[in-house]
Design a protein around this ligand. Structure first.
Ligand SMILES: *Cc1c(COP(=O)(O)O)cnc(C)c1O
Length: 465
């Protein structure tokens, strides 16, 4: 392909993209294919001869599009959102075009310097103190793994990387039973082990970790000769939106000199609103590491996770490695690949710059406030439906409910709703019972889209009951 052809197809695809978004609301949200449908339409072996772009794009429409679940659909209420605001898409097109590998300052100074400033813009936007630094990672899972590795190294006097973990005792990490599975996986791969991830029960309307139980667990472990290494708190858990009392947990981390990590992957975006900070964020500034995903609620195209660090040194001591071929000469510069597990890095900061400049914080705040208000309004409507029950009230824009009937009936309703296609929901488990999760957060969703869900749930329920 030459660059004139590239330009032709590039314009074609950007027109296709705009049209896709304009007609998105008419498509079923979740892909309606069955397993194997898509793979069966591909050739079993790679072609020997090249094909024209017309043919490839025609197959894209015919084969690929039916197998896409539309995450940018305004009635996507499943999981958490993965918003791609149009300015962030444009930034990603530029990043794809430049295709720089931004592992070191000198491999693209602009990427490193814009990353530094964007982390600082977001630090300010989330009301975190001056002096906190950070890095952009691909996912919250990677940021949490970095933090857990840092807990491990700090607790072993930074000897684990060199000597391995033999003879280091049982390193223990504490959290509530509401944490995301990425915390479990970080403990698996860091060599901590699932059995040394101590999950404590929660209490109250926000499903916060019980601080007395947390402190007692640490004391018991010390008495048993274990080695407490860190605490992981959450603001906005995935299941029902659990939020820990950040001050109470930070006090305990401080008392026992434990490294602390805060998982705010979803809810962090809402902390651009001062009123939500007042409720959910006091104490956040005391955490050694905080992760939040602008690629979820805020609108920066996937992937984009910010890890804030109170002091970068412990994580650098854990992850930095500098073979001769990566050494840079000259002035002191930041090489962000020393802060993370992968060496290679995409230029992720550009989409944050485009997003924040294009909308400004006021516009982004207004969207999030609307989502929260509409979720509350919808929860009221579902509560009024006969036999329906709100199982966990809205925390920010996430709540859960049950229809009349047993656990199987909940799953039947979810499956029937997703096959209907007008909305998309997922199930969860809370206190041993199946629940239906509902979150509002899609970038272009309207109040009508959200309230329409009550009607769709009612319709589909009448059909399957
Ligand atoms: C989404 C989510 C994660 C995982 O995020 P990835 O970026 O996909 O790794 C972790 N924790 C919470 C609370 C989440 O909502």
């Amino acid at each position: 392909m030459d660059w004139d052809e590239f330009s032709h197809w590039g314009q074609h695809i950007s027109r296709w993209a705009a049209n896709y978004h304009k007609t998105l609301a008419d498509r079923p949200v979740r892909a309606q294919t069955t397993p194997g449908d898509i793979a069966a339409q591909l050739l079993a072996a790679p072609p020997d001869k090249g094909e024209p772009m017309e043919a490839i794009l025609a197959d894209f429409e015919r084969i690929v599009m039916p197998g896409i679940t539309h995450w940018q659909h305004p009635r996507f209420f499943a999981y958490f959102p993965a918003n791609a605001a149009p300015p962030s898409m444009l930034a990603e097109m530029l990043v794809t075009t430049i295709a720089a590998q931004c592992m070191l300052w000198q491999t693209s100074p602009a990427a490193t310097e814009i990353e530094g400033v964007m982390v600082d813009w977001l630090r300010q936007a989330l009301g975190l103190p001056d002096g906190m630094t950070g890095v952009i990672q691909d996912s919250a899972s990677s940021a949490t793994l970095s933090a857990v590795l840092t807990m491990r190294e700090r607790a072993t006097g930074f000897s684990g990387n060199r000597e391995g973990l033999n003879g280091k005792g049982s390193l223990r990490i504490y959290c509530s039973d509401q944490v995301h599975s990425s915390i479990d996986r970080a403990c698996w791969v860091a060599g901590i082990g699932q059995d040394n991830l101590v999950k404590l029960p929660t209490q109250g309307d926000t499903f916060a970790i019980d601080p007395d139980r947390l402190e007692a667990a640490i004391q018991d472990d010390i008495a048993a000769g274990h080695v407490p290494a860190g605490i992981i708190a959450i603001t906005g858990g995935t299941g029902v939106g659990a939020c820990d009392d950040l001050i109470a947990v930070a006090d305990i981390a401080q008392k026992f000199d434990l490294y602390s990590h805060l998982d705010a992957a979803w809810a962090g975006s809402a902390m651009i609103c001062p009123e939500f900070r007042q409720t959910f964020w006091p104490g956040a500034e005391r955490y050694d590491s905080i992760v939040f995903n602008p690629h979820k609620w805020l609108g920066a195209q996937f992937d984009c996770a910010i890890q804030f660090l109170r002091d970068a040194a412990p994580q650098l001591n854990t992850l930095k490695i500098e073979p001769e071929y990566l050494k840079t000469t000259g002035a002191e510069v930041t090489n962000y690949s020393e802060w993370t597990i992968p060496l290679g890095r995409r230029f992720r900061a550009l989409k944050i710059w485009f997003l924040l400049r294009s909308y400004g914080l006021e516009d982004l705040r207004a969207r999030i406030r609307n989502h929260v208000a509409w979720a509350q309004e919808l929860a009221q409507q579902i509560k009024a439906m006969e036999g329906f029950e709100i199982t966990t009230g809205p925390i920010l824009s996430l709540f859960s409910f049950r229809c009349p009937g047993d656990d199987d009936m909940q799953q039947r309703l979810v499956d029937a709703l997703n096959t209907d296609g007008r909305i998309y929901l997922t199930q969860g488990l809370f206190e041993g019972r199946k629940i239906i999760r509902f979150q509002v957060g899609q970038f272009d969703t309207t109040r009508d889209d959200v309230l329409m869900a009550a009607k769709v749930i009612g319709d589909v329920w009448e059909k399957i009951r």
